[in-house]
Design a protein around this ligand. Structure first.
Ligand SMILES: Cc1cc2nc3c(=O)[nH]c(=O)nc-3n(C[C@H](O)[C@H](O)[C@H](O)COP(=O)(O)OP(=O)(O)OC[C@H]3O[C@@H](n4cnc5c(N)ncnc54)[C@H](O)[C@@H]3O)c2cc1C
Length: 404
């Protein structure tokens, strides 16, 4: 037994995947509209809340399905085949559930209350940790200033995915001195950086509608503004860097599922267009089928192979989790090793959408074409924390003996 041992049965897993696929299909029609209108689809919140997907990763003792990380990633993939941007929004909830389910930094009482809130009370979580200064890797500028038996939080989180569909917000803030100042020394700053889980309807909390991006527009990742938001001791979730970041696999495998589902969707859309498209009379013949063009055949095969590779990386990593083999990895190398999934799947999504665009041609350059949207959505994959360049850099430094 390890923290990734599945509790879910094969029958429950099959039902879950079917329900996720059905929910994803309802998102398919919404994706284009939400992208064009740059809006988070609030109408998806109640169906998601009532679905088995909501509490899939919550352990059975709390009323969830006890789905393992590999199953959760497969669910993200089928939902992203419906719409990747909406799937990415809800992936934030799943990442938080997975992280809190296992994080040793959390008191058991806090863990119990989060798991119960999700499985019994059907609460949705979001997790805005990044700040404008340096994304997730910058130590929190947001401060928690002691106030009576609790704190008051002040700051801004400018990547608040799913905040418009959430009931609870998990965020990081640096516990300040009573006067509001934070330590100058970065180690002490990191030691003081804590997680808080607060209700979305807390006082002195608002959402500034800043999200207007190139892609993933349905995620509603607006800016959360905290202006002396009161928080109690019961909302304290332990140290941030030693807690949440140590459960990074939940982010990596969730992103992996979403971006592989995006690649699946782009691939299938492109393949069907290429099967049907005729160029008519050309200097090469009376009626030229695009599918008869040699490089179209070759590149389609290459796209398919890239998806196969990414799928195997997800499957193998899911199995490593279930078998507990990650325990053989040194603590300092775990993040980049888990994040191999994020790197491979997001690079696959970027490459497949790029190739689909080249093969399908000019129609996919027009606004409103599904491949135009998927091309833009795929570009966000690089940014998910750590950015892919940061990961390579971290792994390189580790290999050179400069870390760990
Ligand atoms: C669609 C989408 C939704 C998101 N939703 C959320 C969310 O809900 N919650 C959340 O917390 N975050 C979210 N993020 C943000 C994400 O997790 C990253 O924090 C963010 O994309 C990276 O920050 P940045 O792009 O502002 O880059 P910066 O961190 O500002 O990076 C700028 C440059 O510096 C480099 N760099 C930064 N830090 C370091 C370092 N320590 N060492 C070396 N190089 C470094 C980067 O690689 C880059 O080249 C989301 C991102 C996207 C694209």
């Amino acid at each position: 037994m390890n923290k990734h041992t599945p509790e879910i049965t094969p029958d429950e897993q099959a039902d879950l995947l079917e329900e996720a696929a059905q929910l994803g299909k309802t998102w398919s029609a919404l994706g284009q509209e939400c992208d064009a209108q740059n809006r988070f689809p609030t109408e998806t919140v109640e169906p998601y809340r009532q679905s088995a997907v909501l509490a899939m990763a919550v352990p059975k003792r709390y009323g969830g399905l006890g789905a393992d990380i590999h199953t959760a990633s497969r669910v993200a993939r089928v939902m992203a085949k419906g719409d990747p941007s909406i799937a990415l929004a809800y992936n934030m909830h799943q990442a938080m559930v997975g992280i809190f389910r296992n994080s040793p930094a959390l008191d058991d009482g806090v863990r119990d209350s989060i798991m119960t809130a999700v499985a019994r009370d059907r609460r949705i979580l979001c997790g805005p940790f990044s700040e404008a200064r340096a994304g997730l890797s910058g130590l929190a500028d947001t401060v928690a200033v002691p106030d009576g038996d609790g704190w008051r939080i002040t700051g801004k989180k400018n990547w608040s995915t799913l905040v418009l569909g959430s009931d609870l917000i998990a965020l990081n803030a640096t516990v300040a001195d009573p006067g509001g100042s934070v330590p100058d020394d970065f180690r002490e700053h990191a030691r003081r950086e804590a997680v808080f889980i607060i209700p979305t309807d807390s006082p002195n909390l608002s959402v500034d509608h800043t999200w207007d991006t190139m892609g993933m527009r349905a995620t509603g990742s607006h800016t959360l503004v905290l202006d002396g938001t009161p928080v109690t001791r019961e909302m304290y979730g332990g140290n941030f860097r030693q807690g949440l970041v140590g459960e990074a696999e939940w982010a990596a495998m969730g992103f992996g599922g979403v971006y592989l589902g995006l690649a699946d969707k782009a691939y299938e859309e492109a393949r069907e267009i290429l099967k049907a498209k005729h160029l008519g009379a050309t200097m090469g013949g009376q009626d030229t089928d695009v599918k008869q063009v040699g490089y179209v055949q070759y590149e389609l095969g290459r796209m398919r192979t890239q998806i196969e590779i990414a799928e195997r990386v997800i499957d193998a990593t899911g199995q490593i989790a279930i078998d507990g083999r990650y325990e053989e990895w040194a603590a300092a190398e775990r993040k980049p090793r888990w994040d191999t999934v994020k790197v491979v799947t997001t690079e696959t999504a970027m490459s497949v959408t790029d190739e689909a665009f080249r093969l399908v041609g000019g129609s996919s350059f027009r606004r409103g074409h599904v491949l135009e949207r998927l091309y833009r959505d795929a570009r966000a994959g690089y940014l998910h924390s750590f950015t892919t360049n940061q990961l390579y850099d971290y792994f390189g430094r580790y290999e050179l003996g400069l870390l760990g």
